[in-house]
Ligand binder design. Structure first.
Ligand SMILES: [Zn+2]
Length: 452
């Protein structure tokens, strides 16, 4: 992280521009960022020891003030007077997303240290059909800001550049700065924001006119933009960096960004109820877990920790949010554990984020896998605008296509063969035709959904 390579902090004192004397808020952010520059080099055992120390503080508070958590902690033998060991921590039960949803407001704490700031409530997008209400302290939001800065600095973003953001829940607007948290510390360039529901043609017109240096959006939208520009042209992109969030990124999308925008895509893994979970390594395609803020376990079906190369359920413990403690929370995602990173950072590695269980293909013999459906393997067959596969039974998959006209029989045959090759099994394929396929909440789009 080259903190000051492009970006000089704003000085808050008259007559003192260099070195800067940042404001109190900026100084606090910078002091945590400074610590992160040291902690990302710690080895996993040192990180775990610091996590246990922090969790001991959280658990002791809950033990004393929150009856629901007191009972849970007592059951496993936790005591504020005893050291919290990793073994005792791992004996705590896993909390599923459904259980958390059932808890409702019981998951919220009443007694929160006032220094942790104002508590706000929010709601997740509910892509599984059931939304989740969460509560976060001002401290948790402050730490979100810290990691936002960490991410931009890891990617060597120059905050004086122009930033375009196209996201769910955002209001359209033109801004003279990037806003918080970047402008608390640094001079920034202009920002332009569009809601992700903006028509694609209008988005393309907006980007061409604004000419951003950096773009933040979700993978589905980015893919649609890549396809738009590769078909229509019309923009000599000067993009220096692209950040994505909210969905799984395919290798094909990374390639498309290079071809269409000549820019690197950097992805991050986050969830509204947790915050940041992992950021892409600045030197590799895999992800580093944000161990200073979350304890992430990847567990197999027996609840044992997966080894590098193995895929398991992602179970997360949030270290600092006293408003709604998430302890061994099974978020519903699967990930592959990676080997330690050669970049020198000790932050543990997730090689791939696989997606959710509803995106898992089940083979007739019971094996499961996340299918990949690269457009280059089928787009030569017919001009398919969108495709979504829905598994209806162990043998049958519905192939939903958004096209101008239904495929001819030879095209259906060719697509059947291509899909069977991609799926690695001769499933029965039922073609259904639509003018347009619907996006999920927050403009997310699943290529593959299992209904079994
Ligand atoms: Zn790395």
């Amino acid at each position: 992280m080259t903190l000051l390579a492009f970006n000089t902090p704003i000085s808050g004192m008259p007559g003192m521009s260099w070195p800067a004397m940042p404001s109190m808020e900026a100084s606090t952010l910078l002091s945590v960022l400074y610590q992160l520059q040291q902690t990302d080099r710690l080895d996993p055992a040192q990180l775990e020891s610091l996590q246990m120390q922090q969790l001991h503080g959280l658990f002791s508070h809950l033990f004393q003030h929150e009856p629901v958590y007191h009972a849970r902690l007592t059951e496993v033998g936790f005591s504020p007077t005893k050291t919290l060991t990793p073994e005792l921590f791992r004996s705590l039960p896993i909390l599923s997303r459904a259980e958390l949803q059932d808890m409702g407001e019981k998951a919220f704490c009443v007694n929160i240290p006032p220094e942790h700031g104002h508590v706000r409530k929010g709601m997740t997008s509910g892509s599984t059909g059931r939304a989740l209400t969460y509560a976060k302290t001002g401290l948790a939001d402050f730490l979100w800001n810290v990691i936002t800065l960490r991410e931009a600095l890891l990617a060597d973003w120059n905050f004086r550049g122009k930033l375009a953001v196209c996201r769910a829940g955002s209001k359209d607007g033109e801004h003279s700065s990037w806003g918080r948290p970047e402008n608390i510390i640094f001079e920034t360039g202009k920002a332009s924001i569009r809601n992700i529901r903006t028509d694609l043609k209008d988005q393309a017109r907006w980007l061409s006119a604004f000419g951003p240096d950096y773009l933040i959006t979700n993978p589905t939208n980015l893919k649609a933009l890549c396809e738009w520009y590769s078909t229509h042209g019309g923009w000599e992109s000067q993009l220096k960096g692209i950040r994505t969030l909210g969905e799984v990124v395919s290798p094909e999308l990374r390639e498309m960004c290079q071809t269409v925008f000549n820019a690197d895509l950097r992805d991050m893994y986050s969830a509204a109820e947790i915050g940041y979970i992992a950021l892409q390594c600045p030197e590799h395609l895999h992800y580093h877990i944000m161990s200073e803020f979350v304890l992430v376990e990847v567990l197999d079906e027996d609840g044992m920790a997966c080894n590098p190369g193995e895929i398991g359920k992602v179970v997360i413990t949030s270290l600092h949010n006293f408003a709604m403690p998430l302890i061994r929370y099974s978020i519903g995602d699967y990930a592959e554990v990676g080997e330690p990173c050669p970049c020198g950072r000790g932050l543990p590695v997730l090689k791939k984020i696989m997606g959710r269980s509803r995106n898992l293909l089940t083979f007739p013999d019971g094996k499961k896998w996340w299918p990949t459906l690269p457009p280059k393997k089928y787009l030569h067959i017919a001009p398919i605008r969108q495709m979504q596969l829905v598994q209806k039974s162990l043998e049958t998959i519905e192939v939903r296509l958004a096209v101008d006209a239904p495929l001819k029989s030879d095209q259906e045959e060719a697509l059947t063969e291509a899909l069977r090759n991609m799926l690695k099994y001769p499933f029965n394929l039922l073609f259904t035709y639509y003018p347009e396929l619907e996006y999920g909440p927050n403009h997310k789009f699943d290529d593959f959904i299992s209904e079994i």
